[in-house]
Design a protein around this ligand. Structure first.
Ligand code: NAP
Length: 252
């Protein structure tokens, strides 16, 4: 899974899946630009990578801000000389609840954080990848945007993650001729701060929805992100790739 001399942006890198992906991609030789809102948490990951002779920098910001997407690309270009890929992974569950009771502010926050940010990322990243002659973009969608799997109260989240798959397929079709691959990674339930960590009842409920009767850990999902970012997935584009402990089998 060699990412030697490849420069990759990873958002949502301050915890969970994004932090695990940063550490894994750095171990495979990537130069990393890490993003999320919490600067101190990002800096801790950068320090961990550089202490292991890896290469990383970070910029704190909010993915709902179009200028932040452009700033991450500019940082990749000024620090490492260009951009080869991105793992657009930042996301929020928002407030869970039935749609009739859902505040429209919650709907907008979830759609802005998960879906509009994906559009901003593509706008900023694709010209940089074209200038480089191609690359790989990976978005973190979710099993909830594909099969629901029995998770209650996820209307805004499911809509945002399903919308992301449509965007991915459109980008993949439009930019295959530029040498750019675009795929969606659909994790199953994963033990992270926004995946129920610290709430044993929630973890047990989510684990039992999976045919494998357990949740993933962040490192297992990071392995799939690495595969999609690397040349090992060279004939994959426009794919919603489930890594979900069999959750999607519930559809069959
Ligand atoms: P997490 O540890 O809570 O990570 C979420 C990340 O997104 C954090 O780094 C957070 O950083 C960042 N983030 C959230 N809102 C942001 C904003 N407005 N601007 C910038 N960064 C923002 O949870 P996770 O499970 O690893 O989540 C990563 C991705 O996986 C998300 O897209 C999530 O929807 C998806 N996912 C998770 C599961 C699961 O069961 N855990 C399953 C399927 C898909 P800051 O707070 O520092 O900004």
């Amino acid at each position: 899974m060699d990412l030697g001399n490849k420069t990759i942006i990873i958002t949502g890198a301050s915890s969970g899946i994004g932090a695990a992906a940063a550490i894994l991609c750095a171990s495979q030789g990537a130069n990393l630009v890490l993003g999320a809102r919490r600067h101190n948490e990002l800096q801790l990951i950068v320090d961990q990578i550089t202490q292991s002779n890896g290469s990383a920098t970070c910029l704190a910001g909010d993915v709902t801000d179009e200028a932040y997407a452009a700033a991450l690309v500019a940082l990749a270009e000024s620090t490492f000389g260009g951009l080869d890929g991105a793992f657009n992974n930042a996301g929020t569950v928002g407030a869970m609840g039935a749609v009739p009771e859902m505040e429209s502010t919650n709907w907008r926050t979830v759609i802005d954080t998960n879906l509009t940010s994906a559009f901003f990322a593509a706008k900023a990243q694709i010209p940089a990848l074209v200038a480089r002659g191609g690359g790989s973009i990976v978005y973190t969608s979710s099993f909830v945007g594909f099969s629901n799997g029995g998770m209650p109260g996820m209307g805004a989240y499911a809509a945002s993650k399903a919308g992301m798959i449509g965007l991915v397929q459109s980008l993949a079709s439009d930019h295959a001729s530029d040498g750019i691959r675009v795929n969606a990674l659909l994790p199953g339930g994963t033990v992270t701060p926004s995946g129920g960590e610290g709430n044993p009842a929630a973890l047990e409920f989510i684990a039992n929805l999976h045919p494998m009767k357990r949740m993933a850990n962040s490192a297992e999902i990071a392995e799939a992100a690495l595969f999609l970012l690397s040349g090992r997935s060279s004939f994959m584009t426009g794919t919603p790739m489930t890594v979900d402990g069999g959750m999607s089998v519930r559809l069959l």
